[in-house]
Design a protein around this ligand. Structure first.
Ligand code: BES
Ligand code: MN
Ligand code: ZN
Length: 498
């Protein structure tokens, strides 16, 4: 799919569909501004549709007009954008994505998207590109008959004049890079565990790094053992598939002096059966997405390689299966992490925190000054925040505030969770330094976070629990069912603002 910016007046553009958006506005109604101007040239049909109540501007309401008067376009599609006061980049992204999927389903191959008056900015172009590219992603890779062998070939952005063209094109290019990285992540997350083992994930990460011009190092099971990564090994020992520790580095030659070195650490359990503390059969197939945190970090660094911020970033992705094989660890086993801390494994299904422990220790050894980890860590975060917000846990207020500001700017919903010292008591070990689950007092996502924090120590650290948000159980008008690629845009934005 090609996306370009065209400064031609919209009335002169020949396209299969001209798309724009309308607001729910109690005073002016949906036909105002540029849409009123367009309607006047077309004889006032839109005003009539608004007066009759057929077109109201409600969020994602679609009004499709064939052979619109006064335009060279074959169709005019108006997408409701809700209240003007609530309008944001997040709305633009959804409107763009929903329009693309609506038209694609109707076999349209090319369309033009007209931004509204005052909307011709770099930010709008970026959000539009992100909306189009993520909406165009389908999860039919393994279907021999593609459900809708329909393709969008080209999209053009309209409403930008000569004065706004450069800014628009810059936003467009950034949006494409970020959204393509997000689709790279989603593609990995969607792979079933027989097609994506830790070894295959490492190969894919290596190929990505080479293509993006990033340094890469893959630690195999032998190197992992040499480094005494006992926590990662304890999870891996139940599987015949060997683990991998994937390290991808973005090291810009022009890094700002005194800038932080950001560690992006992502959980990549390519399948989580629970191990000996085995999960119920119902819904277990979804545990192929237990590597979403790792895939998110690999996607983020892929985007950063192209966007070239002046900050060094090290991505560390521990990858393993969690299986109940004959050599599997058992509840009560005591393991020694790379840091030297001893861990009592009370539940083998709390494996994500174990592998993150060693990844964080290793990342600190590599010189990171700030850590963000992303993990499908707990079912408890789904109870707390459902599939709406990412749970954000942090040890440093300034750093956490920076991430939350980036989430807002990137249009991703994230919510801060408490990290009071009282919760730390829940994971005090009886027979080792710490235990891998809380002592039965609730707050499961917080005790999980505290466990990881023990290994981050004094290094400013943020943990993103994406168990509820990395996977869409139902298709959305702007996004296919399945992997979302959540948190990538926020992380990229945060690194770019140093
Ligand atoms: N991968 C799961 C968490 C998860 C649950 C992800 C639901 C996506 C959807 C994780 O490894 C896990 O099993 N966590 C346990 C922890 C418990 C044993 C303390 C959980 O949440 O039940
Ligand atoms: Mn688990
Ligand atoms: Zn897991």
């Amino acid at each position: 799919m090609q996306i370009t910016l065209d400064t031609k007046p919209y009335g002169a553009v020949e396209t299969e569909a001209l798309v724009t958006y309308v607001f729910e506005d109690a005073d002016a109604g949906p036909v105002a501004g540029r849409v009123a101007e367009l309607d006047a040239a077309g004889g006032g049909l839109l005003k009539k549709l608004a007066a009759s109540g057929e077109m109201s501007g409600k969020t994602l309401e679609f009004t499709l007009i064939h052979a619109p008067a006064g335009l060279k376009a074959a169709r005019l599609l108006l997408v409701g954008a809700g209240k003007r006061e609530a309008f944001s980049g997040a709305t633009v992204r959804k409107v763009a994505g929903a329009a693309l999927r609506y038209l694609k389903a109707r076999s349209v191959k090319n369309f033009a998207f007209l931004v509204r008056e005052d909307g011709a900015t770099a930010e709008t172009a970026q959000a539009l590109a992100e909306g189009f590219v993520t909406a165009n992603f389908e999860t039919d890779k393994y279907k021999t008959e593609k459900k809708n062998g329909k393709e969008i070939e080209s999209v053009s952005l309209l409403g930008y004049g000569d004065a706004e063209k450069a800014a628009g094109e810059k936003g467009l290019a950034a949006g494409k890079i970020i959204a393509e990285a997000q689709n790279f992540t989603r593609d990995l997350v969607n792979e079933p565990s027989n097609k994506l083992t830790p070894r295959i994930l490492a190969e894919k990460a290596e190929a990505m790094a080479k293509e993006a011009g990033l340094a890469v190092e893959i630690l195999d099971e032998k190197k992992i053992a040499d480094l005494k990564m006992g926590a990662l090994l304890s999870v891996a020992q139940g599987s015949v598939e060997p683990p991998r520790m994937i390290v991808v580095t973005y090291n810009p030659p022009n890094a700002k002096p005194g800038a932080p070195v950001i560690g992006l650490i992502g959980k990549a359990v390519t399948f989580d059966t629970g191990g000996i503390s085995i999960k119920p059969a119902d819904g277990m197939e979804k545990m192929k997405y237990d590597m979403a945190g790792g895939a998110t970090m690999l996607g983020a660094i892929r985007a950063l390689a192209a966007l070239k911020p002046k900050v060094k970033v090290i991505c560390v992705v521990p990858s393993t299966e969690n299986m109940p094989g004959g050599k599997a660890q058992k509840p009560g086993d005591i393991q020694t992490a790379m840091s030297g801390k001893t861990i009592e494994v009370l539940n083998t299904d709390a494996e994500g925190r174990l592998i993150l422990a060693d990844a964080i220790t290793y990342a600190k050894q590599l010189g990171v000054t700030h850590i963000v980890d992303a993990a499908t860590l707990t079912g408890a975060i789904v109870v707390a925040l459902a599939n709406i917000n990412v749970g954000v846990f942090g040890s440093n207020q300034e750093f956490t505030d920076k991430l939350l500001a980036s989430a807002k700017a990137a249009g991703e919903k994230m919510w801060p969770m408490p990290m009071d010292d009282e919760y730390r008591e829940f994971i005090k070990g009886s027979f080792a330094d710490i235990q891998n689950i809380g002592s039965g007092k609730g707050g499961g996502s917080i005790t999980g976070a505290w466990f990881i924090r023990e290994f981050a120590g004094d290094t400013p650290w943020i943990h993103l629990d994406i168990a509820g948000t990395a996977w869409n159980d139902d298709a959305k008008p702007w996004l296919a069912k399945g992997p979302t690629g959540v948190a990538l845009r926020t992380l990229v934005h945060m690194v770019q603002t140093y």
